[in-house]
Write a protein of this length. Sequence first.
Length: 156
Amino acid sequence: MRRAGLDVAAVVMAFVVPSIAPRAAGAQQPDGARIYAATCQACHQMTGLGLPSQFPPLVGSEWVLGNEDRLVMIVLHGLVGEIEVKGEAFNGAMPALGRTFTDPEIAAVASYVRRSWGNKAAPISVATVTRVRLAQAARTRPWTVAELQRAAAGKP
């Protein structure tokens, strides 16, 4: 997503994500709030409300609170193009985080988002992230809404 000539996703990936690189095996359980603050907050904001007409809210979002596999697919591979959230259209890009974070880290940040700011969805397990990652291992590009809808319906 570009904002005033700045590619926000590129800045996040270049400067913020390396500061919270995956930890060694046997390390403490990943902190979803910490990962969110360092990686997601620049676009979706500390409040999870996003930025009107630029970045969608996560609070009360059907994309966050709905199908957990779909949320994991978005976090792993990113999202491009138009998406409607709570009746408002957004058109941009979310970077893929699957190569940056481990399955426990993705489960932690996705669970944090599903259970913060009044959201009350069930947490996402590491096993779910691993299953989705393996099922989508051949994917090399971000999702579109149409592709996510087909995938949720079990269609290629």
